[in-house]
Design a protein around this ligand. Sequence first.
Ligand code: 9MR
Length: 557
Amino acid sequence: VPADGAAVIRINQIGFYTDAPKVAISTSGASGKFFLQTTGNQTVYTGELKPANEPNFAGKPTSVADFSAFNKPGKYFLYIPAVGYSYPFTIGAAVHKAVAAGTIRAFYYQRASLPLAEKYAGKWHRAAGHPDDKVLIHASAASTQRPEGTVISSSRGWYDAGDYNKYIVNSGVSTATLLSLYEDFPAYMQTVHLNIPESDNKLPDVLDEVLWNLRWMLTMQDPADGGVYHKLTNASFDGMVMPDIATAPRYVVQKGTAAALDFAAVTAQASRIFSKFPKQLPGMADSCIKASIYAYNWAAKNPTVIYDQNAMNNQFKPKVVTGDYGDRRLDDEFFWAAAELYATTGNPEYLSRIRSARAGTPIRVPNWGSVSTMGYYTLLNLPNIDTDLPGLKNDFLTYADGLIAGADKNAYQTVMTKTKANFNWGSNSTAANQGILLIKAYRLSHDAKYLNSALGNLDYLLGRNGTGYAYISGYGSKPIMHPHHRPSVADGIADPVPGLLSGGPNPGMQDGIPTPSKSPDEAFIDDARSYATNEIAINWNAPVAYLANAIEALQKQ
Ligand code: 9MR
């Protein structure tokens, strides 16, 4: 038996729910029989490999091992005689519970301004980084009340990614995704224990984690006018060092429309959710909705302030060369903010703005720069949505149908592997965000095809893919080991910080690091220098946290 079965057989390395679809892919294109065996090499199921209708992007045929019919819990391997054995996996209930919780715990490891105690962080305990209690107003952000060089305090928050900066646009969409996870599955999220410093209080842990970032976000609003600074950043990226060693000056830079609107959206949503916890968080819901309206009104008065880092650097010193998140299209941000404000306040003025914008605001899988569907998600949860926005449910399900059409034909049998266009910077977050959209479609329709397709994308992220990696650190038999993540590189510990989703295949090679394959879904390298394929980021972890936890929640019903 050849020894490379585990490399050839692409399978969710964690496992399968007892009664859910169970599929593995052989990249050898082998035909003939496959066998499901126990760890004691007893065959419990025999099936026939079927060729996939389409080759993979590299032009190679694959074959499909479908063992959905087998539903006895246990630990198994797949065996294909010409190929060998797969990695082991589990069939049973709650198979993704641990990895799902791990993807939220990952946010704890991203916390700025806090030492990570061994009690919570395990071997990845570390000193606090970035107190951010003496942050400078950058020349681009100077105002009469806060001239250049004014010192403000803006501590807490999550580090954005492999770098140590804090960007409002990206923070907004990440925080909102975790808040939606709670909002959509409150009962299940009560059962998710994260072992974080606040775990003993009366709030669900996911909300405690969100608060670490939300409290930072609130400090990014200029109290004088409601505008929101685009980011809190060094002038340039730190070296690959631990956060407490990274002590370069920190700035808040110019206010912008996208920042104000993403801030307005997430604070409106937070207000709605935290209003349910008045005893635990007195005043929080109130502060959030005030901050939200203040920011929205700033944006309405300043609707076209694009964050253009080059233009800023031509005018102001010091030059800032960290991530820009410079979105040039803002109608979707207006739409999302109006949707959250409408859902929280019921003010019909927001509804009329939503109604007049709707035709020009297509449904699509969201990302940090395209957030209209974040708004649709919230609107679709409203009890009177059929009268507020007639036809929206139908439009949404039509979009979801388009997403899944043909997914069962391609080489890996997932929505993600339908089109090459899915593979750009942060492609794994596309897989996760498609999964969220499909979960929402399932919640609207109760049609299992959407849930199964969402699960297929989780299978994709955990190993049924073009590289054979399980893309979440710390989980699976072949997890990523070298993410572009400063603490994971600098801490001297072999295992990377766990629960982090790698950006994933991206043939763009913006970092100049060659990948072993140029094929879109294989253009990946588990190398810490490869920030274009193997960085981690909060806006990638939040959707996989939603997807994995939602799937766990729905398996229980
Ligand atoms: O996720 C962002 C991606 O969509 C952009 O193409 C890329 C280049 O601008 O930047 C990515 O975001 C990075 C951010 O700018 C800085 N922190 C790390 C982020 C992930 O790579």
